[in-house]
Ligand binder design. Structure first.
Ligand SMILES: [Zn+2]
Length: 337
């Protein structure tokens, strides 16, 4: 189902608008809403992978009842596994000039200044104590920050190769699926940094997070905001469609409701618009070609240049977007009841 080849549709103000309201997805091919099972309507079609160039064309469908937006078709678990193993992280890119510069930047004083200015999308600057589980910890970059900031940090990562890298750095990393993970004691914090939108079953994921947390423990979530003004501005080039890897596209309302339903309270939602995300949308808009990796996203000169431009030239627009509920990223902290 991911093999259909469709030419990329250039984004313009004319072709990014939603399709006529009320166009319901066919019952035969409509699995229903991921959260409530209700019917979906197609709101955007012709989306392709503008980061990694995986094949296929996708739609965004919106639930008529709860409003959750979701990618269609939804890849099966085995298809997703293959896609992640073959394509994600730019095929396991390492030791390139880009990755070396990124590593130096992340662990420099400059990064602390930058996150203060730009927003802390991965919770790298939060200090605290207690047992923390970083779900989808990848190679353990976040774990290094969490440990440095006072937490006893562990990871959960399905990719064995990534887990090995994190273990080499001294961290305890579990490699079983979250639904099978049964810790001896509950965690004080569970981190879902740009993870929940990738889940095939987001409700189940939050129920499992609830299960592994202690009472009063917190979940920290960051994910793209489906009500972002950048989505309108960039149309199909918006980097956060990220098909087929992003399955759900949350708004403040849908995420808050899901958290309440799965046993979380005191849901605090903030918004930021990372300049890096703006830069990536710009690069995708300028360079993405269907079926090809957009290597310019890893250009060690162009990417930082656009990032700095986005931060310092567009800052009034970014600030206003965040202020009025249309920032690019949702930052959520919720407490387990
Ligand atoms: Zn629904």
């Amino acid at each position: 189902m991911l093999r259909k080849t469709v030419g990329i549709v250039p984004a313009s103000q004319d072709d990014i608008d939603v399709e006529p309201a009320g166009k319901l997805s066919e019952t035969t091919e409509n699995p229903g809403c991921l959260l409530c099972g209700s019917a979906l309507e197609v709101i955007l079609s012709g989306l392709t992978d503008n980061r990694l160039g995986t094949p296929g064309s996708y739609e965004i469908r919106r639930c008529l009842r709860c409003g959750l937006e979701q990618t269609f078709p939804v890849p099966t678990l085995s298809e997703l596994t293959e896609l992640y193993e073959t394509h994600y992280n730019f095929g396991g890119e390492s030791e390139t000039l880009y990755t070396k510069l990124r590593e130096r930047f992340l662990f420099s004083f400059l990064y602390r200044v930058w996150t203060w200015l730009d927003g802390d999308v991965a919770f790298h600057q939060r200090r605290g104590t207690g047992q923390l589980l970083d779900i989808g910890c990848n190679e353990g970059c976040g774990l290094r920050f969490f440990a440095r900031n006072g937490f006893r940090a562990e990871g959960l990562e399905l990719n064995e190769n990534a887990a090995k890298v994190a273990r080499k750095a001294g961290f305890h990393v579990h490699t079983c699926p979250l639904e099978e993970f049964a810790p001896v004691a509950g965690y004080d914090v569970a981190v879902l940094s740009n993870v929940l939108e990738h889940a095939l079953q987001p409700r189940q994921m939050l129920m499992d997070v609830h299960r592994v947390l202690s009472r009063g423990g917190q979940v920290w979530i960051s994910c793209p905001n489906s009500e972002s003004w950048l989505r309108k501005a960039f149309g199909r080039s918006w980097i956060n469609w990220h098909v087929p890897f992003h399955i759900s596209h949350f708004s403040t309302g849908t995420l808050r409701e899901l958290l309440n339903e799965t046993g979380f309270a005191q849901v605090e939602v903030g918004q930021i618009t990372p300049a890096w995300w703006v830069a990536q949308s710009l690069i995708a808009c300028l360079f993405a070609k269907h079926g090809r990796k957009t290597w310019q996203l890893r250009n060690p000169f162009l990417a930082p240049l656009l990032l700095i431009m986005a931060r310092f030239v567009l800052f009034p627009a970014l600030w206003l977007g965040n202020r009025y509920g249309h920032g690019d990223c949702l930052l959520v902290v919720a407490t387990r009841t």
